[in-house]
Structures are given as C-alpha cells and as structure tokens.
Design a protein around this ligand. Structure first.
Ligand code: NAG
Ligand code: NAG
Length: 242
C-alpha cells in the first residue's frame, strides 16, 4: 500500500486547484472603454442589469445572443458568445461569472468587454450589432519557438484559412480543423465569429485576424488573435471538446 505524503505546500496548491474548479476559470483579458461612465442606480444601470440577465438566460441554449434594453440615451446593447464546442451548462456558468467580473474590473463604465476560454461578454451604449469590432482585440501566444518558423507559419496560415472558410460558411460561424505537419506533430485550429455579423463580415473579420498573426505569433508554437467580433487560435495540441 502506498502512503501519499502531502506537504503543506502540496495541500495549498491542491486547494487552490479545487477552488479554481469551483469558482471557475480566470478571464483571458478585458477592456474598459474609459470614455463614458454611468452613475450607480441610474436608468443606464437598470438597463444594463436587464441586458445581462437576458444574455445569461438566452445565450447558453444556442451559444450566442444579443440583447438590448431601454431608450436612447440610456439604451444598453449586449452580446454573449460561447466557444462553439462548449455545453450550455458551461456556457451559462462562464457568462454568470463574466458579468460581475467585468463590472468589478470596469466599474460604472458604459462600455466594456471580457473574454474567457469558454465565453465572451460585451456591452455598450453604442449599437454595435452587425459591425466588425476593430477597437477591442488582443493577442496570446506560446513563448516557445518552433525550429523552422517559415514552414510552420505557412502551415498555420494554410490551416486557419481553411478553418475560417468553413466557419463563415457555417450556420454557427464556428469551425475547427487539423493539419498534419510531420510524422510526429499535428496542428489544431479554430475560427469563430459572433452571429450578429453577415457571412461577408465574418469572412472579413477572420481574414484580418489571420493577417494579424505575424504581429503576435511568428514562429510561436501556439497563438490566438481574439477580437470582439471574431477569433482564431492554433496549437500543437487539441484544445476543444470533441
Ligand atoms: C469613470 O470612473 C472611473 C472609476 O470611478 C474613473 O477612474 C474614470 O476617470 C471615469 N471616467 C470618465 C470618462 O469619467
Ligand atoms: C524565440 O525567438 C525570439 C526571436 O528570435 C527570441 O527573442 C526569443 O527569446 C525566443 N524564445 C524562446 C523561448 O526561445
């Protein structure tokens, strides 16, 4: 029989992991507009509460939704998106965490956006539905380099172009794919758009994201270009639920 010896440090990290599993994942990134504020207990706040409640209730079943509430100048527009493979239960818990997290990170801000692995949540005073978000974009990359960047970058682009084409032609604006790069390695890719866009705008958004790759991810083992309207990702390991 084996005895598992746990040091206080082990126990601590075990509880940290447990806590993370219970409390949910950390956000990837967020932006506050830092341009316009609402006051507490205002009509804008009431409308924002309505929009968030509606998104948390309606987005999980389809993985996407928009909502608006109120009238100009207090009208609030909101959008929620979950990664295409995420279950409605996980989608709901992601959005449920995202709402208070975003509000505490951007207190009283009239426009803000937050991303997690599983979901994205955005609201604004501005009617942004159907338009490509060029304001809020961030990048993530694996700090490790590949040995042959030129060939690798070419393969990444090949895979993501193929996945993007499938995504903007699909009903869910979501696609994943794989590309064997040699006998021991395989590339995995993902592309997704918010479904308020037209198919042409989804294509444009994904094309822009792919052409942005050299700015973040040149020769990197993994990378993401993540915006308010679309995102792409590639890794040398599988990262979606099948
Ligand atoms: C909005 O409120 C935040 C926090 O209370 C403050 O730091 C910021 O300067 C305000 N921005 C504007 C544009 O009033
Ligand atoms: C990857 O390559 C870049 C550019 O050549 C270099 O600056 C960086 O230190 C490398 N990173 C690692 C982890 O080797």
């Amino acid at each position: 029989m084996y005895l598992l010896r746990l040091s206080p440090l082990h126990l601590l990290s075990f509880f940290a992991l447990l806590l993370q599993a219970v409390l949910g994942a950390d956000p990837l990134y967020h932006f506050c507009s830092n341009s316009k504020n609402y006051t507490s207990k205002s009509t804008y706040e009431t409308n924002l509460n309505k929009v968030m409640k509606s998104l948390i209730n309606t987005v999980p079943s389809k993985g996407f939704g928009v909502a608006s509430a109120g009238k100009d100048p207090d009208e609030v527009y909101g959008l929620g998106l979950c990664r295409g493979d995420v279950s409605s239960t996980d989608c709901k818990s992601c959005l449920t965490d995202a709402d208070p997290e975003l509000r505490s990170r951007c207190p009283n801000d009239k426009e803000a956006i937050i991303w997690y692995d599983y979901c994205e949540l955005k609201y604004s005073y501005d009617d942004f539905f159907g338009k490509i978000d060029t304001k809020y974009i961030f990048y993530m990359w694996n700090t490790q380099n590949v040995s042959d960047p030129a060939t690798f970058n070419y393969k990444v682009k090949e895979l993501l172009n193929q996945v993007a084409t499938e995504a903007y032609q699909s009903k869910k604006f979501y696609a994943t794919g794989e590309l064997v790069i040699d006998s021991s390695e395989k590339l995995y890719g993902l592309a997704q758009c918010t479904r308020d866009l037209s198919s042409a705008y989804c294509k444009e958004c994904l094309d822009n994201a792919i052409s942005d790759l050299p700015n973040c991810c040149d020769g990197k083992r993994g990378g993401r270009v993540v915006g308010g309207s679309c995102n792409i990702r590639y890794e040398l390991y599988s990262f979606v639920n099948s």
